[in-house]
Design a protein around this ligand. Structure first.
Ligand code: BT5
Length: 255
């Protein structure tokens, strides 16, 4: 049993040892009518997914690999707020564990120092301007050591163990994350985006600093200011103009 201390989140838990991706399983669950708050957990994923068809390495039992089915009563254009909410929840949980230098790199990377420890993938099914359901995936590296990561990510990835020299119970982390997620989600549903914004910006990576930004074929420097209700990132350019970014890559190297 998962020992969850939640009210509605994880009332139904689907646990698999090894699946291609918990996202796919969660989509099937949702299409088969699974209720709001259904959680899909896997020990291992053979085809973990990132955004834009990128890979999420999660082949071993050394991380939290889970997806949550949500049926929120919000317009589809507010769905990015749930990604920001999930990022804030993860940052809070890690900080409570006394992990140092936790940051959120817009839009969905959780960092320790300059390295990525977790990512979030939100996929939505909407029709007639209503969210049918949403699958929110969380991948958190927990007990990997430095030689566990594949070459492609070993310089950019980290784990809780690498950051703190201790191992963690994955089950306990899942309990903590779901508990905090439910609390924040309920506050968000009653108080709206402002409940997320402040908390997110507290962790916001390089907030108020000048960084290099990459968007499509454009690269330039700008100062990061904060997040907007539509999930965009507000920046000010060197010529003083402000801009909202909807998809971009933040690089710290050129900053
Ligand atoms: C993400 O995408 O960061 C979203 C990751 C979501 C994973 C969860 S696990 C449970 C659920 N089931 C799934 O199949 N997915 C979700 P993105 O921002 O596109 O970042 C992907 C990039 O992160 C890759 O291109 C790599 O550079 C890097 N990466 C891949 N695996 C990593 C890992 N384990 N740790 C750190 N970085 C990684």
């Amino acid at each position: 049993h998962w020992g969850l201390q939640t009210k509605w989140l994880g009332k139904e838990v689907v646990h698999k040892h090894r699946v291609p991706s918990t996202q796919t399983v969660a989509h099937q669950q949702a299409l088969n009518g699974s209720s709001h708050g259904t959680v899909v957990i896997a020990d291992q994923q053979t085809k973990g997914k990132g955004r834009l068809n990128r890979k999420w390495y999660s082949e071993n039992d050394d991380g939290v690999w889970m997806s949550v089915v949500l049926r929120p009563n919000i317009p589809p254009n507010q769905a990015p707020q749930l990604t920001l909410l999930a990022a804030t929840v993860l940052a809070n949980v890690l900080t409570k564990l006394k992990i140092p230098e936790v940051g959120i790199k817009w839009p969905n990377d959780i960092l320790i120092g300059d390295k990525k420890v977790a990512g979030i993938l939100t996929e939505m099914q909407a029709e007639h301007d209503q969210i049918h359901y949403l699958v929110l995936g969380i991948g958190l590296n927990v007990n990997q050591s430095s030689d566990t990561f594949p070459d492609e990510v070993k310089d950019i990835a980290t784990s809780l163990k690498l950051a703190s020299n201790q191992s963690y119970s994955i089950r306990q982390l899942i309990q903590d994350i779901l508990f905090e997620f439910e609390k924040s989600y309920d506050v968000y549903m009653s108080d709206g985006f402002t409940s997320i914004k402040q908390n997110w910006e507290r962790f916001g990576y390089k907030m108020g600093e000048k960084v290099a930004i990459n968007s499509g074929n454009r690269t330039w420097t700008a100062t990061l200011h904060g997040i907007e209700a539509d999930g965009s990132l507000l920046v000010s350019n060197d010529d003083g103009s402000h801009e909202r970014l909807y998809s971009a890559e933040i690089n710290w190297k050129g900053g």
